[in-house]
Write a new protein. Structure first.
Lengths: 429, 233, 546
């Protein structure tokens, strides 16, 4: 992989012109090509205002090879409105814009790899990645992400958002507590669209031979974050602001999201066994700004349908679940699935046990791993249904306590996972 | 007349005794060979299993993804599979040797025919095995996709796929063996199977994601009103 | 070589700026004089410069480096006599060198007889020659220029018991141009020098001539009217003489002083200068392109004057706060290097005595549109002495040779008006004209070649300029064009080797000829033209269609 030349001549030519930079900002255009222009604009504004002396470059990576690079034709010189007579903060230097389009299957992993290569060739000290899909991004976000990596020599900078209590449900119920319990570090938003890293981590990741792996292709940020955690890089979180959900129908659907995120998390457990098996408890990360804010406005959701899909899933997938879960766990789940819609609750303890069994079964490849993750979808729906019903009236501060308890449950049951994990392959007949 | 009959009986008796006298030792030898074969196959199987365990073959097959295929077909682990195969092959060899010792006229020829027929049998078995694996895999993929898309009666879909692939595999296996070549079943299966295979592959392998979405959109919309799900991320 | 008749001579000028005090002392009193300077005129001719700009040499209490003039029509006794000046002027003209002198119209010294009369009583006829007020509340809100020393633009005069107006130091009362007598008196003084033969005036502190309530008292229409009148009389009675404006303003504001070609002939381009330094430090062409993009076109008979360093601090008034902080941090780390809003250092020390950077900046100076000004001593890479007060650190004696007093004077070293630079890097034993004359690779020899090349092509002084914008931002490239004369200039602003691809399709078929070595380079074709440049390297190419 290392000697594979995947950078196009055109991109190399552009990088040659840029030369050396202090900071690089990558825009992952593939996630939504039409808003790249806006993203490029705020990134540039941020660099103009916050890093006036630094050599900076913006790279827009377009996995779909769309012609529109998102940049205006006119390059950095003599920008209109860049009047020196105004006493406003403006960058002293040219802000370089590079756009990279590549053919082949678009994937965030490939895009990130392009950014890493560019960052390496440009010798950037710090690099941030932003997504045009996030509608609330402001110039401040870019600066906040870059600063810890650039000024305080952190290697991995994860974002923190202010969210509605019923937003980021997957992160709240599964990804965050599980990552925290297993890897022992509290990164709230491992799966995010914005993050930053140092050149040290960038080069480390660039040289890893995992770029063909599906979890890296689809969720490179999680892999990068875990690589940073497990290889003793300095990690921190920085508060960015409110992150509204993408408009309905914009993002990938639930199944796809679970395949990407949970699939990636299980894969990360698999590939990083050495570092998490021994870890106990969890440590907080250095955090800039408020740690995670929760708001609590009411929200309309069709919950009845979710419950129904949970029930059907448990019933119809029984043979599959049988091969994944232990008999007791399956029995408990089948038990709660028969409950009345209003009485139904998915206990945290069962949820955690179930997830750990999924993780262990993933490890032992009891069935096709992709199928395994898909089999989790109805169960997740059940959990979320229960979650929404249970905490409909809970205040934002109480929500924090709820989340914390779930995290502790994950940490408490960790030995169970370790035991399951290390057990030999159970042949099921 | 009576003498003739007695003579005949005597002759028959002698013949029988002679035959038995001649056959019994061979039968004993055969049984001994088969028993020894069983012992040898058992020992060999054990040795192979132990060696394979020592060499951590399962780990290798796990890494190569072979184990997953086996597990999908509800087959035991690679070590187990190999050692059992060694056992059966060894024992079968001994049995055949034993049978040949009997010196039964025609049996020799049948055995040699069996040996000649073996490759076809083997290929047919491989086809059946692959069909089994594929049917398992695809039917599960379809089941998951339909359950997650909220399709009514997901099992019908998964069974249909399984059934189609089975029929296809069986007819291909029979064809390989040169049996029932003319039967309607074979013709039907091949035509039906060919047309359905495309579908099956489309729904299973080629574009699981795409097909799942298509399913969702196409079937989901007919069975349920669009429902809003909380954003996971 | 006599002066050539050409009323636009200032366009082709290469100006050498110096103070008579600093150049050569003929009588051994430790202070340079006109007799000494006359002896050194051959040097200026040899250098290739064709115009001398003399800093003020009038009698003065010298509290503002001679800009506080006490008598406008004679020479300060330290520098010689009026006859010495006349002899110098004739000698210069005989060598084809033109002479520009300083003219301070805005204010006089408080020692000037006019002010002495004006303050003597409120009824004095000269009273109205200055700007008086009973209160210091008039023209409120007008900015104070010398913020380090002055608290107000008004100063109480205890003699006449009222306030007088001064935009600069309190010992420099502003003249009142609302009084026609003042203008006439000034014109008389200018005639005095014009009749003697000087070729032009640099008018000091131009924007501040007239005051009006409720304005910033800068760049007022009434001020422009005064200039227009001077120009009118100049064109009428003394054609071919030149006015140079000192207006430290943004280009768009300075543009007004060219009028419709009926005010100043030339004006300094102040904002460009710090940006050249900035571009080299940033290794990015953005500052230069940005400021030149903002520079409006000027009438055909007008010209910008551009410079790297002068007798004042490297002024940072015409930069943003961000840019100023950057310049301070990069070029004046030691706080003693800073004064007012600027940096009091010479070119060579600012470039860390890096020959390549000194050459690059001079190359930029000589190839950009405008009349270049060389500050004395910078052509040999003289150092400065930041431990001398005010801006005297960049006004030390010229270093002619490694002998006594650097060949500047035969007085006792203690008697010199200023100590010589004598450290081991920039000291006169190392850096001096004689030693540099001996080697063809010295900075002086190189400067001579540079100026000679510039003087050989009018396109440098009169041609248009168009930026090429290659994607490599560390390379500044432009085409100068005048009729058939086309010159391509490519500068590497960075400290490392660079490759650049120039889009020269418009000049397809032209052959670039490197101007210093006259070597041919490959012909321009359809493809982007690839050039590689070493650290701080620059090319001048003459484009020829052969």
């Amino acid at each position: 992989m290392a000697d594979e030349t995947f950078l196009s001549d055109d991109l190399l030519r552009q990088l040659m012109s840029v030369g050396e930079v202090d900071l690089l900002v990558g825009i992952l255009a593939h996630r939504s090509a039409n808003t790249v222009r806006r993203a490029a604009h705020y990134v540039e504004k941020s660099l103009q205002q916050n890093f006036v002396r630094q050599r900076v470059a913006i790279i827009s990576v377009d996995g779909g090879a769309v012609d529109d690079s998102g940049f205006d034709e006119r390059s950095g010189d003599g920008e209109p409105g860049n009047n020196s007579s105004s006493k406003g903060m403006t960058s002293l230097r040219t802000i370089h814009r590079v756009s990279a389009a590549f053919n082949g299957a678009p994937s965030p992993g490939l895009a990130l790899r392009t950014i890493l290569s560019a960052s390496d060739l440009l010798r950037a000290r710090a690099c941030a990645v932003v997504s045009p899909a996030t509608s609330s991004t402001s110039p401040e976000w870019v600066a906040n992400l870059l600063r810890p990596a650039f000024r305080d020599s952190f290697d991995f900078v994860a974002p923190l958002y202010s969210r509605h209590k019923f937003q980021g449900l997957l992160a709240r119920n599964l990804l965050y507590p599980m990552t925290r319990a297993l890897f022992g570090r509290r990164i709230r938003e491992l799966y995010s669209d914005e993050w930053a890293f140092s050149n040290r981590l960038g080069n480390f990741c660039q040289n890893e031979d995992v770029w063909h792996e599906e979890p890296v292709r689809s969720r490179p940020e999680a892999w990068m974050g875990i690589s940073a955690l497990t290889s003793d890089f300095r990690c921190c979180q920085v508060y960015l602001g409110e992150k509204p959900p993408p408009p309905d129908g914009a993002g990938p659907d639930l199944v796809e999201v679970l395949r990407q995120t949970v699939g990636s998390l299980f894969w990360l457990l698999e590939t990083n066994q050495q570092s998490w098996l021994e870890r106990k408890g969890s440590d907080a990360l250095p955090t800039f700004g408020p740690d995670h804010a929760v708001t609590a406005e009411p929200q309309e959701l069709n919950r009845a349908r979710m419950f129904e899909m949970f029930q059907t899933g448990v019933k119809e997938l029984e043979p599959i679940l049988e091969s994944i879960l232990s008999p007791q766990t399956l029995e408990s789940i089948q038990g709660i699935a028969t409950l009345d819609q209003h009485a139904f609750r998915f206990p945290a303890e069962l949820w955690v046990t179930m997830l750990y069994e999924f993780a262990a079964s993933y490890h032992h490849s009891v069935i096709n791993r992709d199928h395994l993750v898909q089999a989790l979808v109805p169960l997740y729906r059940g959990k979320i249904y229960s979650f929404l019903a249970e905490y409909a009236d809970t205040s934002a501060t109480e929500m924090e306590a709820v989340s914390e308890n779930l995290c502790l449950e994950f940490e408490r049951q960790k030995p169970y996972l370790m035991e399951k994990w290390k057990a030999g392959v159970e042949v099921k007949s | 007349m009576r003498v003739t009959i007695v003579q005949g009986l005597e002759q028959a008796y002698y013949n029988l005794v002679h035959m038995i006298a001649e056959f019994l030792p061979r039968l004993v030898v055969m049984l001994v060979i088969i028993l020894v074969g069983l012992l040898a196959a058992y020992l060999l199987g054990h040795v192979v299993r132990a060696v394979l365990r020592l060499t951590k073959l399962d780990r290798v097959s796990e890494d190569a993804g072979a184990s997953r295929v086996l597990r999908m077909a509800d087959l035991p682990s690679m070590t187990e599979l190999l050692s059992r195969s060694i056992f059966w092959i060894t024992w079968l060899g001994f049995i055949l040797i034993g049978v040949s010792v009997l010196g039964v006229a025609g049996l020799q020829e049948q055995i040699s025919r069996l040996f000649r027929f073996l490759p076809e049998v083997f290929i047919a078995m491989v086809i059946l095995f692959l069909g089994l694996v594929l049917a398992n895999f695809l039917s599960r993929a379809v089941l998951l996709a339909s359950v997650n898309a909220g399709v009514r009666s997901p099992k019908i879909w998964s069974w249909s796929i399984r059934f189609v692939i089975w029929i296809l595999a069986i007819s291909m296996a029979l064809d390989e063996l040169g049996l029932a070549r003319q039967t309607v079943l074979a013709a039907f299966s091949i035509v039906f199977g060919a047309s359905m295979l495309g579908l099956a592959i489309a729904f299973g392998l080629g574009g699981q994601d795409l097909a799942r979405r298509a399913l969702e959109r196409y079937l989901g919309n007919t069975t349920k009103e669009k429902y809003k799900e909380p954003q996971p991320l | 070589m006599a002066l050539q008749e050409d009323n636009l001579w200032y366009k082709d000028a290469v100006i050498y700026q110096l103070h008579v005090r600093t150049f050569c002392d003929s009588n051994g009193d430790g202070i340079g004089d006109f007799v000494g300077m006359t002896q050194r005129l051959d040097y200026l001719q040899e250098l290739g410069t064709n115009t001398i700009w003399l800093l003020p040499f009038y009698p003065s209490p010298l509290r503002d480096d001679g800009y506080d003039i006490a008598d406008y029509t004679t020479v300060h006794p330290s520098y010689g006599t009026l006859d010495d000046f006349k002899a110098f002027l004739t000698a210069a003209h005989n060598r084809g060198l033109r002479v520009i002198i300083e003219m301070v119209m805005n204010h006089t010294s408080d020692q000037h007889p006019w002010f002495q009369e004006a303050r003597s009583s409120r009824d004095n006829p000269k009273r109205d020659w200055y700007v008086w007020s009973d209160t210091d509340a008039k023209y409120r809100g007008v900015r104070i220029i010398f913020i380090d020393t002055e608290l107000s633009n008004w100063t109480w005069d205890p003699v006449s018991k009222s306030y007088y107006w001064h935009r600069f130091f309190s010992h420099q009362p502003d003249l009142n141009f609302d009084n026609p007598d003042v203008f006439e008196a000034m014109w008389e003084i200018m005639r005095f020098w014009l009749d003697m033969g000087v070729d032009g005036f640099r008018l000091d502190a131009v924007p501040y001539l007239v005051e009006r309530e409720g304005t910033s008292c800068e760049n007022l229409p009434e001020t422009h009217a005064v200039i227009k009148e001077v120009r009118k009389r100049l064109d009428q009675f003394y054609p071919g003489r030149m006015l140079l404006a000192e207006a430290n303003q943004w280009p768009a504001d300075v543009r007004a002083y060219f009028g419709d070609g009926d005010e100043f002939h030339t004006a300094f381009h102040f904002p460009l200068m710090p940006r050249m330094f900035m571009a080299v430090k940033l290794e990015d062409r953005k500052p230069i392109i940005e400021i030149l993009d903002q520079t409006p076109p000027i009438p055909a008979n007008c010209q910008w004057c551009i410079f790297l360093r002068n007798h004042d601090e490297l002024t940072l008034e015409m930069v943003t706060d961000v840019e100023r902080d950057y310049m301070y941090d990069e070029y004046a780390t030691d706080k003693t290097m800073r004064i007012n809003l600027g940096i009091r250092r010479r070119l060579a020390p600012m470039m860390e005595n890096d020959r390549r950077r000194i050459e690059l900046l001079n190359g930029l100076l000589m190839s950009m549109p405008g009349t270049p000004i060389v500050y004395y001593g910078d052509e040999i890479g003289m150092g400065d002495n930041i431990y001398l007060g005010d801006r005297n650190g960049v006004r030390t004696p010229m270093q002619w040779n490694g002998g006594t007093n650097a060949g500047f004077s035969f007085a006792d070293p203690e008697r010199l008006y200023s100590p010589l630079i004598s450290n081991s890097v920039y000291g006169y034993q190392v850096v001096n004209v004689d030693s540099q004359r001996r080697f063809s690779h010295s900075l002086l020899s190189w400067m001579k070649a540079l100026i000679k090349t510039r003087n050989s092509y009018r396109v440098f002084s009169r041609g248009t300029m168009e930026f090429l914008r290659p994607s490599n931002h560390r390379v500044l490239a432009y085409i100068r064009e005048l009729g058939n004369e086309k010159i391509l200039v490519v500068n590497n602003l960075s400290s490392s080797a660079q490759a650049v691809e120039l889009d020269v399709q418009r000049y397809k078929g032209y052959i670039p000829i490197e101007m210093f070595g006259r070597n041919l380079f490959p012909r321009f074709g359809d493809l982007p033209y690839l050039l590689t440049l070493g650290p701080y390297q620059f090319y001048w190419f003459r484009l020829r269609r052969i």
